[in-house]
Write a protein of this length. Structure first.
Length: 376
């Protein structure tokens, strides 16, 4: 069975493992935790576990809590140094809060702090996956956050929406639930008269992206609807459903499911584990621009050959992830490249028979092999 409607999120037979993402604006108000609201959410987590569901929480709030304790301006987001300092202080408070509230329900909380590189590097990703699996098997609720005390502007998720989808992959979850300050995805700004909420989305298309607005209205968080759609894209390629609910209400999950109010993004496909990981990677080292013939070849499941490459961008080495674009700038795929960037530049546009003479050694079968390539 697969998830087809919002009510399936509360069915252990259909959704045995769920990731719930909680944003800063929901968790923190004027520098203090919203304890009453959190108690209601923790009660919902306990109920989910009682009906046989494993739960992973992805929780923001460390920077907001830490900034209040340190008296930092702009919620701790004035600059990177402030954000890192606030996170270092706030993460202790955040972990203590979840441990206390879950403990009151007889549930053991576990803390897992991740960086972008922890989930981009394959070995580290598998280690995180194993840790999550062991914690869940032991009956704990992992509480995950980005490790903002060491993350930099260049190497970070930047929002916990996409982190939640990557954690769902690593945890082998069936669904991600993003608690937001709106009921779901609207076809335009929800403040506009006549705005209509979409109850179901089958594939995030350019038209769906056009409906979104970036940025966080609260000023506390770092995500917005654009980040949520990017999270949905990561999830849908891995066979994971993603829902956006309004989290501002008491017991928000029960309310949304009972009223059928939210947006459910249905999976488009279920890539194998390695390809799902590759398709969810966010940091590319470079790009290959390809011609129309290569676009057609990729669409039919073939590898990328040098003859179809018209430009090489960035500095990368063999085994690095690169994006693959057409001449109009559309990103079509991403994969692990078989050559360093200078070698790719020498080979572009040349047929395979010419490669040995150009390189001075026996060439590889492709620039990006189909086994190391994912269409987006």
């Amino acid at each position: 069975m697969s998830i087809a409607r919002l009510s399936d999120l509360a069915d252990a037979a259909t959704c045995s493992r769920l990731v719930i993402k909680v944003g800063s604006a929901l968790l923190v108000e004027q520098g203090e935790p919203r304890r009453t609201w959190l108690e209601g959410l923790v009660d919902e987590i306990a109920t989910a576990r009682e009906r046989g569901q494993d739960v992973v929480v992805v929780s923001s709030g460390a920077i907001a809590l830490g900034a209040a304790r340190l008296g930092l301006p702009k919620g701790g987001r004035a600059n990177l140094a402030d954000a890192q300092a606030a996170a270092a202080v706030g993460q202790i408070a955040l972990a203590e809060l979840w441990s206390e509230l879950l403990g009151a329900k007889g549930i053991v909380a576990a803390q897992l702090l991740l960086t972008l590189e922890d989930l981009e590097d394959r070995r580290r990703y598998l280690n995180a996956s194993a840790t999550l699996g062991r914690l869940l098997k032991a009956g704990a609720v992992p509480v995950v956050n980005e490790n903002d005390s060491v993350a930099t502007q260049e190497i970070r998720f930047g929002d916990n929406d996409r982190l939640a989808s990557r954690v769902a992959q690593a945890a082998h979850a069936q669904a991600v639930l993003l608690l937001s300050d709106v009921d779901g995805l609207y076809d335009r700004d929800p403040r506009d008269a006549g705005a209509t909420m979409l109850s179901e989305v089958r594939g995030v298309t350019p038209e769906i992206h056009a409906m979104a607005t970036g940025g966080s209205g609260s000023g506390l968080g770092s995500g917005g609807m654009t980040a949520k759609l990017q999270a949905a894209e990561i999830a849908e390629r891995a066979g994971i459903a993603l829902a956006i609910f309004n989290g501002t209400h008491t017991r928000p999950i029960s309310r949304a499911i009972d009223q059928g109010r939210g947006t459910l993004f249905l999976p488009r496909r279920k890539d194998a584990a390695r390809k799902a990981w590759l398709g969810g990677r966010m940091r590319m080292k470079g790009a290959l621009v390809i011609d129309a013939g290569a676009v057609e070849a990729l669409g039919s499941g073939k590898s990328l050959l040098a003859a179809g490459i018209i430009a090489v961008e960035g500095t990368f080495r063999r085994g690095d992830p690169v994006s693959i674009r057409d001449g109009d700038g559309r990103v079509l795929a991403q994969g692990l490249v078989e050559y360093d960037a200078p070698e790719c530049a020498k080979l572009l546009g040349h047929n395979s028979a010419e490669h040995a003479g150009i390189l001075g050694y026996a060439p590889r079968s492709a620039v990006v092999h189909r086994d190391q390539l994912v269409l987006l």
